[in-house]
Design a protein around this ligand. Structure first.
Ligand SMILES: [Zn+2]
Length: 184
């Protein structure tokens, strides 16, 4: 893949790095969260690497070829409560959780907006999706009354939640204002 070439050098021109990030996003479409981190494919050598939640705020290199690996730039679908707990408790960056369900129209409308936010906030926050049908215990634990609901976690603690579908700009504004002034 042509774009992966750009990722092989740290000293590429910034413009090229943009292509590198776009290439990564496509290649990382299958990044999977588990109890210790996110599995991502190296864009340069194809090796699967584990990005630990505790290192998401810093540069991590491929274990095989040392190419810097970009942080997740897409929403991560949480498969179970244990993965959610591990991620929330050890993430070095704030986590924005989308409680949703496949049958919910507004949730589906918000999905591409969340993808935009995940791209622009890569390395800054993590965007996580919890399907309340697949993992009902999380919806119950956080008393989710309507979906979609966005919940913001920082340092393992929930600092805010808000129901209703939002545009990418509104999601960003919601998260930024709460990270500045946690409503406690
Ligand atoms: Zn590699």
């Amino acid at each position: 893949m042509r774009t992966s070439h750009y990722c092989s050098s740290r000293n590429e021109h910034r413009f090229r790095h943009v292509h590198c990030v776009i290439g990564l996003r496509i290649r990382m479409a299958a990044s999977k969260p588990d109890r210790t981190g996110v599995l991502v494919t190296c864009p340069s050598c194809g090796k699967t690497n584990r990005l630990r939640y505790s290192t998401l705020g810093s540069t991590v290199r491929c274990g095989a070829c040392k190419t810097p690996l970009s942080p997740p730039a897409e929403p991560l679908e949480v498969p179970d409560a244990a993965t959610f707990d591990a991620l929330i408790s050890s993430s070095s960056v704030p986590v924005v959780v989308d409680f949703w369900a496949p049958w919910c129209g507004p949730c589906r409308m918000m999905a591409p907006e969340l993808e935009k936010v995940a791209r622009s906030a890569a390395g800054e926050w993590l965007i996580v999706k919890v399907d309340t049908e697949t993992v009902p215990e999380l919806g119950e634990r956080y008393r989710i009354r309507s979906i979609p609901t966005l919940a913001i976690f920082k340092g393992g603690r929930q600092i805010h939640s808000a129901a209703g579908a939002r545009s990418a700009a509104d999601i960003r504004a919601l998260v930024e204002s709460n990270l500045r002034n946690p409503a406690a």
